[in-house]
Design a protein around this ligand. Structure first.
Ligand code: GCB
Length: 617
C-alpha cells in the first residue's frame, strides 16, 4: 500500500470576512455552512484572491470552503492523513469537519497538517481561513516592495499515509574529480520494508545501477561511485532518475530526477563541478498578470527559456521561494537558482518578540530546504535581504539563521543579501559577500561602480562577491534622447545596465551579477506617472514586452570594460569612510527600516485604489 494523494482543486466556495466575524460565528462548522449563501464565490484553488474584481487591493481575511466525498472504506489501514498546502498567504487556519487542525504562519513555503481521526468515509467539509494583513511580527513585516497576493495560491492535496513508508529522502552528490562522483542517498524508514532501488538514465530507458535491501527499518542508505558521470550544469542539465520501490508489493515508494553536481567555494571564486563559474543572472518575482502568483506551468517555461536565450545562467527567486514547478523547470532547462526567505527590511529583530520572529524565519528556511534539497539547480540559500545589518541584534539574528541553515544543508552556499556599501561587517560570516546598490539610478552614476566595489570589498577580502541587485526603471515604450538620460526612459535603463554589466564582467573577484529584475511587478510603493503601481526595473514589461536593453543580450554577457586598478585606493577609502558610514546608516538611513512605514503603505494603497477605480470607469 503506497501513499496516495487527491488534489483538492475544483469547486471551492469562498468569501471575504472584512469584519473578522467568521471565527466568532463559527463558519467552520459544517452545519453553519450554507451552500446557497449569496456571498459565496465559486472558485478553483489555487488562486490569488486579488485577481478577482472588487478584491484587487484587498488585504484581509478570506475564507475557503470545500466539500468532498471519500469512496474508500479502508481508511483505518492508513497510519494517518495529511492535508498538504504548497503555499498560502500569510496566516492559514484549517478545520476539517468542524475540528481545528492547526494554523501556519508564512506565505511562501509548503506546510501540512497530520491527522488521524475526523476524516469521514462519506461527506467531508474543509474550512480554511487565510489572512494576509501586514503586521509587525510577520515575515515580511509591514513594508515591502512587492504585491501582497493573498489566499491559497498554490496546490492543496489530501494524502493517505501508509504504515510502512520512507521519508526525508536526501540525495547528495560530491565529486572526487570530474570523472568520478560519489552519490549518497539517505532516508528514514517508518515500519519495516524490503526495498529495491534503481538509477536510470534521463530518458528512463536504461537501468544504470540497482540494488536490494532486505527488511530494513529506521534508516536507509545507498552509497555508490559513478565513473565518468554525466554532470549537471546550465549548459548540460543532465538528470538521472531514481526509483525506490517496496519489493514485496512492487510499489513505488519514491521517484525523482536528480543531477550529479557539486558546488564549492575556493578563495574569491565559486566552482561548479570543479570549474570556476561566473553567474550572469537576473531576479524574478512570482507574478504574472492576470494570474497573480498562480502562474501556469507553460508560462514559467517560457520565462526560463527566454532568460536562457538572452544568455543568463542564473535566476534569483526574489524574495521568497517560488512554486516548486519553477525549480523543476530550472533543473530541466538548466539555470542556477538562488533561493531566499522573505526576512526583508524592517522585521521584528529586537524586543521580547524577536525570538518568535527567529523561529518563524527558521521554520521557513527549514521547510524550503526540505522541499528543494534534491534539486540540482538550487545552489544557494539566502536568509534575508536588505536588513539593518549594522545593528548588533540584527547581525546576531542573521548569523544564527545562517548557522541554522548550514545545519540543515551543508552542500550549498549560505548567505544573506546586503545593501550596505561600507558598514556591513557581518558579511565575513557569509559564504559569499553580496551587495545591492543602484548606482546610476537612486544615487550617483554607474561610473562609480568599479571603485565602490573595491572600497566595500575591504572587510571581506577573501570571499567571492556577487552584485546581487542593480538596475534602473524604464516604462516600456517611453523613449528619450540618449544624451538626456531621462529617468524611466528605456535609453536610461540601457545605459545603466550596459555600463554596469561590462564593468562587472571585468572584475576578477566578482563571481557574478544579477539584474533587478526580469519583469515589471506590482507594488503599492510605486505610484509616479511612469510607474502607476508597478516597479518598472524589469527588462521586460508586465506584459513581457522586451525593453531596449534586451537587444544587447546575449552579446553583452562577454563584454568587458577596461578598468583602472583601484585596489589600494579602495582599502584606503574604506578606512576613512567606514566610521562615517556606520554612524550615518545607524542614525539616519535605517530609520525608515526600523520604524516601518505603515502610514506610507496606507497612503500608497489609497492612491492605487483610486487609480484602479478611475481606470474601470
Ligand atoms: C532593492 C530591494 C528590492 C526592490 C529594489 C528596488 O534593493 O531588494 O526588493 O524592489 O531594491 O526596485 O528598489
Amino acid at each position: 500500500m503506497n501513499s496516495s494523494s487527491i488534489s483538492l482543486s475544483d469547486n471551492w466556495k469562498c468569501k471575504s470576512d472584512y469584519d473578522n466575524v467568521g471565527i466568532k460565528e463559527r463558519w467552520y462548522i459544517p452545519k453553519n455552512y450554507d451552500q446557497n449563501d449569496p456571498n459565496l464565490l465559486n472558485l478553483e484553488i489555487p488562486m490569488s484572491f486579488n485577481t478577482l474584481s472588487r478584491f484587487e487591493v484587498y488585504e484581509g481575511i478570506f475564507w475557503h470552503f470545500y466539500e468532498f466525498e471519500i469512496n474508500r472504506d479502508n481508511l483505518d489501514e492508513y497510519d494517518f492523513f495529511k492535508l498538504n498546502f504548497e503555499g498560502s498567504n500569510y496566516n492559514t487556519k484549517v478545520w476539517l469537519n468542524g475540528f481545528f487542525l492547526g494554523e501556519h504562519d508564512g506565505g511562501f513555503t509548503p506546510f501540512y497538517f497530520n491527522f488521524k481521526d475526523h476524516l469521514n468515509t462519506s461527506q467531508n467539509f474543509i474550512a480554511v481561513r487565510t489572512d494576509n494583513i501586514r503586521k509587525n511580527n510577520r515575515i515580511p513585516s509591514i513594508s515591502f516592495d512587492w504585491f501582497n497576493w493573498g489566499g491559497i495560491y498554490r496546490d492543496v492535496s489530501l494524502e493517505f499515509v501508509p504504515r510502512n513508508r520512507i521519508k526525508d529522502i536526501i540525495i547528495k552528490t560530491e565529486l572526487e574529480s570530474r570523472r568520478q562522483a560519489l552519490i549518497e542517498i539517505t532516508f528514514n524508514v517508518i515500519g519495516t520494508l524490503s526495498i529495491k532501488w534503481e538509477i536510470l538514465n534521463s530518458q528512463q530507458t536504461k537501468t544504470l545501477f540497482k540494488g536490494n535491501m532486505e527488511e530494513i527499518s529506521r534508516e536507509g542508505r545507498i552509497s555508490l561511485t559513478i565513473n565518468n558521470p554525466k554532470l549537471w550544469s546550465p549548459n548540460n542539465p543532465y538528470l538521472y532518475y531514481l526509483k525506490i520501490s517496496d519489493s514485496t508489493a512492487d510499489e513505488i515508494l519514491y521517484e525523482s530526477n536528480f543531477g550529479v553536481r557539486e558546488i564549492e567555494i575556493k578563495g574569491t571564486s565559486i566552482y561548479l563541478n570543479k570549474k570556476r563559474i561566473f553567474m550572469k543572472g537576473v531576479s524574478l518575482h512570482e507574478e504574472l498578470l492576470p494570474y497573480g502568483r498562480t502562474i501556469p506551468y507553460e508560462e514559467r517555461v517560457k520565462d526560463i527559456r527566454s532568460m536562457k536565450k538572452m544568455g543568463f545562467n542564473a535566476l534569483r527567486t526574489a524574495h521568497y521561494s517560488h512554486d516548486e514547478s519553477l525549480i523543476d523547470i530550472a533543473d530541466k532547462e538548466g539555470i542556477l537558482i538562488l533561493e531566499e526567505v522573505p526576512v526583508y527590511w524592517a522585521c521584528n529583530f529586537s524586543g521580547p518578540k524577536a525570538n518568535e520572529t527567529f523561529k518563524t524565519a527558521a521554520k521557513m528556511m527549514r521547510n524550503l530546504i526540505k522541499r528543494d534539497i534534491n534539486h540540482p539547480s538550487v545552489i544557494w540559500w539566502s536568509v534575508g535581504n536588505e536588513i539593518p545589518i549594522e545593528r548588533p541584534w540584527v547581525s546576531r539574528f542573521m548569523k544564527r539563521l545562517m548557522q541554522w541553515t548550514r545545519m540543515h544543508d551543508n552542500t550549498r552556499i549560505v548567505t544573506y543579501v546586503s545593501m550596505k556599501l561600507f558598514s556591513d561587517l557581518t558579511r565575513r560570516y557569509a559564504d559569499v559577500a553580496t551587495i545591492n546598490f543602484y548606482f546610476g539610478w537612486y544615487i550617483a552614476s554607474a561610473r562609480l561602480v568599479s571603485l565602490m566595489l573595491d572600497v566595500m570589498r575591504t572587510p571581506a577580502f577573501n570571499k567571492p562577491w556577487i552584485y546581487t541587485e542593480f538596475g534602473a526603471g524604464a516604462k516600456y515604450g517611453f523613449h528619450a534622447d540618449w544624451e538626456k538620460q531621462l529617468k524611466f526612459s528605456e535609453e536610461r535603463q540601457l545605459h545603466v545596465l550596459d555600463y554596469s554589466i561590462r564593468t562587472f564582467n571585468a572584475k576578477k573577484y566578482l563571481a557574478g551579477w544579477f539584474i533587478w529584475i526580469y519583469r515589471d511587478f506590482r507594488s503599492f510603493l510605486r505610484q509616479n506617472v511612469h510607474q502607476q503601481g508597478f516597479n518598472r526595473k524589469g527588462i521586460v514589461s508586465e506584459k513581457n514586452e522586451k525593453k531596449l536593453i534586451c537587444k544587447r543580450f546575449p552579446q553583452i554577457m562577454h563584454e568587458k570594460r577596461k578598468l583602472l586598478n583601484t585596489k589600494v585606493l579602495g582599502i584606503f577609502l574604506w578606512i576613512i569612510l567606514y566610521p562615517l558610514a556606520y554612524i550615518l546608516t545607524f542614525l539616519i538611513l535605517d530609520a525608515g527600516f526600523i520604524f516601518g512605514d505603515n502610514v506610507r503603505i496606507e497612503k500608497m494603497k489609497k492612491i492605487e485604489k483610486k487609480r484602479l477605480l478611475d481606470n474601470s470607469k
